[in-house]
Design a protein around this ligand. Sequence first.
Ligand code: GCB
Length: 586
Amino acid sequence: MQKMADFLTPDYESEYLNKDAAAKDLVFMGGRASISLNGNWNYTIDPYDTCLRQKWFKEIYKDDEGRTLPVDFSFDTWEEIELPCNTNTVKPEFFWYEGPVVFSKTVRLKETDLAHDHIFLRIGAANYKCRVFINGQYVCEHFGGSTPFMCDVKEYLKEDNRIVLVSDNTRNRYHVPTENTDWFNYNGIYRDIELVLLPGDYIKDLKIALVPGSAFKKIKVTVRTSSDSGVVKVNIPELNISELLSVHNGTAERELDASPLLWSPESPKLYDVTVSFCEDTVSDKVGFREISVKGNDIFLNGEKIFLKGISVHEDSDATGKALTDEERMETIRVAKELGANYLRLAHYPHHENMAKLCDKEGLLLWEEIPVYWAIEFDDLDSYEQAKNQLEELICRDYNRASVIIWSVGNENPDTDERFKFMSSLADFAHKYDETRPVSAACLVDGKTLSIKDRLAEKLDIIGVNEYMGWYSPNFDELDMLFKNSNPSKPVIITEFGADATAGLHGTVDDKGTEECQAEIYGRQTETIKNIPYIKGMSPWILFDFKCPRRTSSIQGFYNRKGLITSDRKYKKPAFYVLQKFYREKN
Ligand code: GCB
């Protein structure tokens, strides 16, 4: 009997661990039309994971002899929730809930929809594990809380369907990130849910970029297709490009002569690109620019650039991690008001629209995977999760001109296991994307008080988090840190900062006051500006953000290192200190 089995089987989860949706499948949307499954779903929190244990998705209401059985779920009469969203933000009593949530929706498809050869379900992000069930069958699962996944569900669909999704954000030391982070562990399915209808032969992926070192005169196009051979058509009308490329072993690749207007923050020019293969067509708006590194310098389109940045989390009082495009645009506007030309999207992949908006608006981006603090570096499965998230991110955002750096992690201890783990990620990023530098936000070496991390040999740009004046109260150590260091690569100060509770005043030595934060920003910028190998900075952070680790009475479960309060209304004095520095910096 099912009912017996559900409490007698401790490893009930093992049967759901064998159908991974991952980067190897499909990630790239290519601007295709889709059937949106956003909107109302019935849902419940499911703290004991009973949906998986009892297999609710099978909808067994009668026994073999036709007698009615009691059930512990009610798919159609549970309360409704509007997806995408974080479950935590819909009711105060769910705010601290961590665990499985079950969502159910009935979906009616037309005959013409079902006539397509492939129907992919795409979920933009669900934190952290997500299991998909359609019409009583287990379809696939995905691990990783911030990247999209797609899975061909055609064989499970009919005209009337029940789709059940179970997302589970239970923290786990073998996940990436692990159970300990300095941000809020939001729950649920918080990015778009859609069905993408595709013909038998389709495009899996399109990568397009300027060829590095081609004097901005060559564009490389790589198209992966579902079938081994055939012909791909590439069109960039504004550049008079219309080319046929043959597919060999599932890939068509060519360098095309072209002289595009170069994309830059000052002139974020985008070109319409369309690629067709058999009955399938994808399109994208793409900017062409070259980012490169030489000696201690970073170059954009051959010109030296200083990255005037600020770090941002994906978090808002109103919507949690399920930000709206208006909120994203507000972030961009405020960053520009600050005088920034660059954002560090910490510490995990943000919504794909952020990079699209920054492409349009002309902001440079650092994108990162959540290899954060103490990952289980000797665990192969943790490595696979990290690598898959990196691959999904690169595949999703390869064509975004705004994205100039891939970061493989943040503040990890310099151990042998970590070196192996993160070196492999850096190698992978280099191999998968030959056009962008790879970095990581490293810790200061406390013993020698210098920029010294073995991982640096695998990076093109060294990110350094230093909190002189805050966690390291002796500010003089900042000078010493830079005097003791002689990096052969460009350095970005990926973090410095100080908490300040809005409205809390005192002397510059009173921790947590607006004055103390402003003083630290002043002293940091005064020191950093004289260090020749520092080629960028992204102080911590634009907005205050929710953080369960921060329990003091003035923190109130917020990290208050923001230059602006979490309601985005009040700019603390440090905002203006940094603004002045950026306005004066050429
Ligand atoms: C850091 C971390 C960041 C934290 C910040 C802090 O070094 O990278 O995630 O939120 O410090 O406020 O302590």
